[in-house]
Design a protein around this ligand. Structure first.
Ligand SMILES: [Mg+2]
Length: 363
């Protein structure tokens, strides 16, 4: 099966989150930007992948076009893991992490989709077989920065059956309001996307503990300051990190230094399935931590993450970004119901994106 073409497709889907859209991203966040990857082959099979693209989808597409597609076209690539290593070595001068690995992640997902389709099975089956058909999801709320909205959205998510809610608020009164709104029986976590100083983090940890915060995610900048995260864990506050780590190599460093209580690899950023599997293998051997992968996606990244949930017992919960896109890329979208998502069993990643919708949202 030879690859005949590799095409990045930049997509932009407007969404509604109920807030001002300000805070988490460099400028106002109102569209889901991502880079789809389409790989066609002479067998007639097509593989689909997704590279992380929030505010960087065109740059990632350019890397795919200029640096990765020429490595693939005309070749048979039966082992995505081998290709990942080859590409990482060839692209070493472009920077090991960030955009380079986002681009490779998109390619890797498409190669695994193809490989499973060639065998006529779902990716989970190809990788040893699924151990479950659905996975718990938590509601990952955006940053509202508005007390009434935090209260309303927290209440809404809890009433829909989510057992856990993640906030992206960075001010304590808003965090307190969420706990009031959801009561003591729904779990609450707090993700501040590296916005706090070390001093401030130390100052507020006692209150976060009083509010029964299950974990504090990425409190400080830079996110790869694993030594400081390890120090913060000594306060007894559980720390979660990993969405900004690329490749299993950075997870190795993170775990060697004892920087986290929860592993959060992001399938469209970390290096795709190939690097994700290295992390789960090392976790089984040695780290033995619960996995809470980063997955605020709605394309092939969503479905690949679900395939990982199907095979990996330490995968505790799926991160469901609590927004309303204008449309889904798929004719049927398995959404959380009562806090659970069904894992599709179709060939490859489990679902095929709808070509008309791709055309409609392509930039
Ligand atoms: Mg996060």
């Amino acid at each position: 099966m030879k690859i005949t073409s590799v095409a990045p497709i930049v997509l932009s889907i407007p969404f509604e989150a109920g807030g001002s859209g300000e805070g988490i991203m460099p400028t106002k966040w109102e569209t889901l930007d991502f880079c789809l990857v389409r790989i066609d082959t002479d067998s007639g099979l097509t593989g689909w992948g997704e590279a992380f693209g929030y505010f960087c989808s065109r740059s990632v597409a350019a890397l795919i076009e200029r640096s990765l597609a020429p490595l693939l076209v005309g070749r048979d690539v039966p082992d995505p893991r081998k290709f990942s290593e080859e590409a990482q070595r060839k692209l070493v001068l472009q920077g090991r992490y960030g955009l380079t690995i986002f681009a490779l992640s998109g390619i890797d997902l498409a190669l695994w989709d193809l490989r499973a389709k060639a065998e006529g099975v779902a990716l989970a089956e190809l990788l040893g077989g699924r151990s479950r058909h659905s996975v718990p999801a938590y509601a990952s709320l955006v940053r509202y920065g508005d007390r009434d909205l935090v209260r309303a959205k927290s209440e809404q998510a809890a009433s829909e059956g989510y057992k856990e809610i993640k906030l992206h608020e960075i001010t304590i009164p808003e965090i307190r309001i969420c706990r009031e709104a959801i009561g003591p029986d729904t779990r609450m976590t707090v993700d501040v996307n590296c916005n706090w100083s070390l001093e401030f983090t130390r100052e507020v940890i006692p209150e976060l503990k009083d509010l029964d915060t299950r974990w504090l995610e990425e409190p400080i900048f830079p996110p790869e300051d694993f030594r400081t995260l390890a120090e913060l864990r000594k306060t007894g506050m559980a720390i979660a990190t990993g969405e900004n780590a690329c490749t299993a190599f950075q997870f190795e460093e993170m775990c060697r230094l004892g920087a986290t209580d929860f592993l959060q690899p992001s399938i469209t950023k970390v290096g795709g399935v190939s690097e994700f599997l290295k992390i789960t293998n090392r976790n089984r051997e040695e780290w033995k931590l619960p996995m809470m992968p980063h997955s605020p996606y709605f394309g092939p990244g969503y479905f690949t993450t679900l395939q990982m949930a199907a095979i990996e017992p330490s995968f505790e919960q799926f991160e469901y970004l609590y927004i309303e896109p204008e449309a889904w890329l798929y004719r049927e979208m398995p959404l959380p119901e009562n806090g659970m998502i069904s894992i599709p069993a179709g060939d490859g990643l489990g679902m095929e994106p709808d070509l008309d919708r791709i055309e409609r949202f392509a930039v």
